[in-house]
Design a protein around this ligand. Structure first.
Ligand code: ADP
Ligand code: LRH
Length: 478
């Protein structure tokens, strides 16, 4: 008795899923109702998200989920759809890997220097921040026709409910929010000519976000009313909310398409040193800040697999585990790896250019990628502790990469710290838990984390071996 069911829609850059979380007193169970690929499409005008296919996947997922007490949506950050005056979508949302933002940041910084922008927003430089995307779109017919901008999870929420809002954790990734006031930065918007009226009013995780429209109920076969609840709509914010940490002395690495590695803090770190180290300050649940660095993540491997014709991952990882370690490493933080295409060649070139052996097989390339990710994890975890003056005893790995035992083991070795791996579906769990909390079922953030730790399978990796080997690999990159 007293068990409630919550549907978590979690859209990652590589796949979307609709998960059902069943939450009762002291219990939490997550099952997958539906998973679907997220395949971007290259049009003559550029790289676009197939947002209609994603919406269809969400509807299929809700049908498969069956009766639930509420629905929440999270997705990757920064991207958005534009609506015309009738509320209809204007074109397909642009993919953050589209090259339209090349060279745009320099234009922006001519008006508002990077240091001032960081002091005002705490957001690291990434070419795809919404602010730079909007600058790139500045004189387009589409933006001229737009009356409203909805971030991806807010767009899907709008289609499900008919109601518009801008969820705060994801809004912070636009680089238009002040992390101290947790409200729009009028200063940044005014200086850079962004019309804040494009955005719907802010809402917070836990706020009601409407109910499924009658037509949506009809299409999904659900019996209404089904409320939609705002969650941490930025997938990384949801994932960190579900990190099963027992106290504050932890670092996290959210490993999926990206690796997001850093700390949960009470306040942003807006120092020049933090900016120079390219650490961001994104908003999280309950006034928390994620002080983290973006690392290219398993994207490097996904793109290699695509180039190799999708061989099985399990076999490749087994071979990579046998391959010699730390033979060659690349800088997994380098934006040179952002664009799609020819990834094995680009990794080979990076090894050659830094005077290291070029990997000769898919297994060796895979080992190079995982060594490089572990090394980037080490650097981020160490630098975050120093920049924020916040020591840690343990590294939590969540997201799809928590299923990659080799990556978890290498990360423990590289960081010289124990790694606790899991849950792999942390974003969906964080999504579920914020809904459950909004409906009075779970306690505070610490209570949510205890519930995850008690109910979800976790794997612990103790650091082994050779700190000197990781130090010398690090020296090869600087
Ligand atoms: P995103 O949310 O960015 O789409 P995910 O968190 O779903 O990404 O993680 C996807 C990645 O997780 C895959 O690219 C793959 O590298 C890794 N992964 C998923 N399942 C496994 C598995 N069984 N073994 C090893 N790695 C896995
Ligand atoms: C991970 C993520 C990450 C952002 C990137 C665009 O899915 O949301 O936090 O930096 O996508």
């Amino acid at each position: 008795g007293g068990v409630k069911a919550y549907a978590a829609v979690d859209l990652g850059a590589s796949s979307g899923r609709v998960m059902v979380g069943r939450v009762g007193p002291g219990s939490l169970e997550l099952t997958e109702a539906h998973r679907f690929p997220n395949r971007p499409v290259r049009l003559p005008e550029g790289l676009r998200w197939d947002v209609l296919a994603l919406y269809a996947g969400v509807l299929d997922g809700l049908r498969a989920a069956g009766e639930v007490d509420s629905v929440g949506i999270d997705s990757w950050a920064v991207d958005y759809g534009l609506l015309d005056a009738d509320g209809a979508l204007l074109g397909n949302p642009v993919h953050y890997r589209d090259p339209r933002t090349e060279g745009v940041a320099e234009q922006v910084w001519a008006t508002m220097p990077a240091a001032e922008l960081y002091a005002a927003t705490g957001i690291q430089y990434a070419p795809f921040n919404t602010l730079y995307q909007l600058t790139a779109a500045h004189s387009t017919a589409q933006l001229a026709a737009a009356q409203r901008l909805l971030l991806i999870p807010d767009l899907l929420t709008y289609w499900l409910t008919g109601e518009q809002g801008t969820e705060l954790t994801n809004a912070s990734t636009t680089q238009l929010v002040d992390p101290r006031t947790r409200d729009w930065s009028r200063e940044v918007a005014d200086r850079l000519g962004v019309d804040l009226d494009l955005f719907a009013p802010l809402r917070l995780p836990g706020d009601p976000a409407g109910g499924l429209r009658p037509k949506v109920l009809e299409e999904t076969g659900l019996t209404g009313p089904v409320p939609v609840t705002a969650v941490c709509s930025h997938d990384t914010a949801s994932a960190v909310a579900a990190v099963p940490a027992g106290n504050e002395r932890f670092a996290y690495i959210c490993t999926g398409t990206w690796s997001l590695a850093g700390l949960e803090l009470d306040a942003p770190v807006l120092t020049e040193e933090s900016r120079a180290a390219n650490f961001t300050n994104e908003l999280g649940l309950d006034g928390t800040v994620r002080h983290l660095r973006n690392i290219m993540g398993l994207w490097l491997l996904q793109e290699c697999l695509r180039a190799w014709g999708e061989p099985g991952l399990d076999g490749l990882l087994r071979e990579a585990a046998e391959a010699p370690g730390l033979r060659s490493v690349v800088d997994a933080g380098d934006a040179a790896f952002l664009a799609p295409g020819r990834m094995p060649e680009r990794i080979a070139a990076a090894c050659r250019d830094s005077g290291q052996p070029v990997p000769r097989s898919p297994a060796e390339t895979t080992r190079c990628i995982l060594d490089s990710l572990a090394l980037a994890h080490r650097r981020a975890v160490r630098e975050a502790q120093r920049l924020a003056d916040h020591p840690v005893d343990v590294v939590h790995i969540v997201g799809g990469g928590a299923r990659n035992a080799l990556l978890c083991r290498l990360t423990a070795d590289a960081c010289g710290l124990p790694v606790v791996a899991g849950p792999a579906e942390a974003a969906a769990l964080g999504n579920v838990l914020v809904q459950a909390r909004a409906h009075g079922l779970v306690g505070d953030r610490a209570g949510m984390r205890r519930l995850v730790a008690r109910t979800q399978p976790l794997t612990r990796y103790e650091p082994r071996g050779d700190a000197a080997a990781w130090r010398s690999a690090e020296a090869r990159l600087v």
